[in-house]
Design a protein around this ligand. Sequence first.
Ligand SMILES: CC(C)(COP(=O)(O)OP(=O)(O)OC[C@H]1O[C@@H](n2cnc3c(N)ncnc32)[C@H](O)[C@@H]1OP(=O)(O)O)[C@@H](O)C(=O)NCCC(=O)NCCS
Length: 159
Amino acid sequence: MNIKVRPATADDAADVCRVIRKSILECCYEDHRGDVKVIQGWLSNKTHEVLRRFILAPDAFSVIASVDKATVGFGLASGTGEVALCYVAPSVRFTGVGKALLAAIEDHAVRSGVEALRLKSTRTAKAFYLRNGFVPEGSPVFAFGIEGLPMRKGLSARG
Ligand SMILES: CC(C)(COP(=O)(O)OP(=O)(O)OC[C@H]1O[C@@H](n2cnc3c(N)ncnc32)[C@H](O)[C@@H]1OP(=O)(O)O)[C@@H](O)C(=O)NCCC(=O)NCCS
């Protein structure tokens, strides 16, 4: 599979929105357990307009993954290394798209002099982040009725 990763633009917002919503609904059962209220809360800010704003935020770095020109993944990090979103379309899960998104975010963070990436992992993604060098950092926090596990990955500076 030929996975392409590039910086996201405002024009990607609608596709990104579709990928994230589908990923939450179909991949994250371990987190929302099919609870309609939890799902509604989680999806409430995953709209075209909000994602457009996230992509355009001045200190944000966001990336799109595509396969055969179809958008299949999205990652977003702040200028201080907080990974806010990392979602892959259910149809391509476990094929390396998540790893490619994370690598692009990490590369950009290193080049920007960020010392560590931080995120709050879903239960669904915990094993993925552990495999990719993140370590748990502190107690779980709750947002949108789901548990987020704080994790950190130290980065070593390179050229
Ligand atoms: C977590 C997520 C981003 C990972 O992306 P992904 O594209 O599925 O992950 P990758 O394919 O890059 O890596 C998955 C690994 O699991 C392996 N794998 C393959 N089949 C698997 C299976 N059935 N179950 C578990 N792991 C499997 C892959 O081979 C790969 O192994 P590797 O790290 O040794 O190469 C993605 O699954 C997702 O969008 N999950 C739902 C949304 C979510 O929770 N996002 C995180 C928000 S904090």
